[in-house]
Design a protein around this ligand. Structure first.
Ligand code: FES
Length: 183
């Protein structure tokens, strides 16, 4: 026959439970920041998306040494995701514009608009008598970049960041990896 006598709750049991509760809370409090760092919660109101962008000139009609600027869609509010980084830019950071460029070798690249020095927006400046090479120039501190994204003139020390892209459904569009913000 089973013993139905209730177990005595001794002083030793009480202290044991207190120690167990204390140890468990210490471990949970200690691990929580590490777990949040490893698995950060996605920012509220943001989700990754492939953004369709219209270009003023179709990619296949760009001549070597030419580039076209594009902006992130605003309806819904969106941004592009940098594929790589250097300097002030980093993979995963957001850009609100970019350039499709065909360099002198005919290679097509798509860059984020952010200067790698401190993030100002670069602009395409065509070659002229006092500007011997077509380049992406930054108005803030004078950095310049070759059309392949490498540094032509400092203070920037790192190349422009690429955007991940693919041809769109028609020649005037491209698809760029991005983020919809605030939906
Ligand atoms: S932010 Fe472009 S040169 Fe400083």
């Amino acid at each position: 026959m089973a013993d139905s006598t209730p177990r005595k709750f001794t002083r030793r049991n009480f202290i044991g439970w207190q120690i167990a509760v204390l140890l468990t809370s210490t471990v949970v409090i200690g691990l929580a920041p590490i777990l949040v760092f490893i698995w950060p919660a996605p920012p509220k109101g943001q989700k990754k998306a492939v953004l369709q962008v219209s270009l003023p000139t179709p990619v296949d009609q760009l001549t070597a040494g030419d580039a076209v600027k594009f902006d992130a869609p605003t309806s819904p509010n969106s941004a592009f995701i940098m594929a790589d980084g250097g300097g002030d830019n980093a993979a995963g950071e957001l850009a609100f514009g970019g350039y499709v460029v065909k360099d002198q070798t005919g290679k097509v690249n798509v860059f984020a608009i952010n200067c790698s020095h401190l993030g100002c927006s670069i602009a395409l400046v065509k070659a002229s008598t006092d500007h011997p090479e077509t380049s992406f120039d930054c108005p803030c501190h004078g950095s310049r970049f070759h059309l392949d994204g490498t540094v032509l003139h400092g203070p920037a020390q790192d190349p422009l960041s690429h955007l991940t892209w693919s041809p769109g459904s028609d020649p005037k569009t491209i698809n760029v990896d991005g983020m919809i913000l605030g939906f």
